[in-house]
Design a protein around this ligand. Structure first.
Ligand code: GDP
Length: 214
């Protein structure tokens, strides 16, 4: 099999998995509510409004699997989704951060929950950190990247809303972001640009999620 054929096989296998059964399992507002660590997990994180719910819905081809959670003051929780029947792995929707008007202790609560989860979850294979391609990496994102590096949890940057910028601007933000994570120990060097609206990058991201399970 040539490399191109292998790539196509991976894309097709990932497409099939994401087209199969996926169901919401539970929300965990604290560690004691986490499901059993019986299967691998792959997480998605990002600032409120980055397009995380839209991306999870687009990846799974479901309209309302992940709900928007950027309402200030809303309980912060980790949401778990079972993928495959029999269960193959779990998608984890991490609480959004960086909401401008969020009260201080909400940020504290976010930090505790996310840090505890990252540090105590060997089944967590990779976190996808979503970055709006119009804004690039911000200080609040760097806080999460620091936590991931310190917890030694592998992560990968995924640019969102790629349909909102020109190809030249997208190339520029991709390069700038890749440069910024190059020295970070737990960062995957390749960045995936996506658009939930236009479907761009979704087959590659599905394949990247499946790759993270090995
Ligand atoms: P979340 O808070 O991170 O879950 O963000 P949402 O998924 O709710 O998206 C926030 C806003 O961005 C909504 O108005 C979406 O319609 C919009 N949005 C999300 N993804 C895309 C995209 O790929 N392209 C465009 N143009 N808009 C998007």
């Amino acid at each position: 099999m040539t490399e191109a054929e292998q790539h196509q096989d991976r894309i097709e296998e990932a497409r099939r998995i994401f087209a199969g059964p996926i169901a919401f399992l539970k929300s965990a507002p604290a560690l004691k509510f986490l499901p059993d660590a019986s299967v691998p997990e792959v997480a998605f994180a990002g600032r409120s409004n980055v397009g995380k719910s839209s991306l999870i819905n687009a990846l799974t081809g479901r309209n309302a699997l992940a709900r928007t959670s950027n309402t200030p003051g809303r309980t912060q929780e980790l949401n778990f989704f079972d993928v495959g029947n029999p269960l193959r792995f779990r998608l984890v929707d991490m609480p959004g951060y960086g909401y401008a008007k969020a009260p201080k202790d909400m940020l504290k609560q976010w930090r505790f929950l996310v840090n505890d989860y990252l540090r105590g979850r060997p089944v967590l294979k990779r976190t996808h950190v979503l970055i709006d391609c119009r804004h690039g990496l911000k200080d609040v994102d760097a806080t999460l990247l620091d936590m991931l590096d310190e917890a030694a949890v592998s992560y990968r940057i995924v640019l969102t809303k790629a349909d909102k910028v020109k190809a030249s601007a997208l190339a520029e933000v991709t390069e700038r972001t890749a440069q910024a994570v190059r020295k970070r120990p737990a960062a995957h060097p390749e960045i995936i640009a996506t658009s939930s609206e236009k479907g761009m990058g979704l087959p590659e991201l599905r394949a990247a999620v499946i790759d993270a399970l090995d």
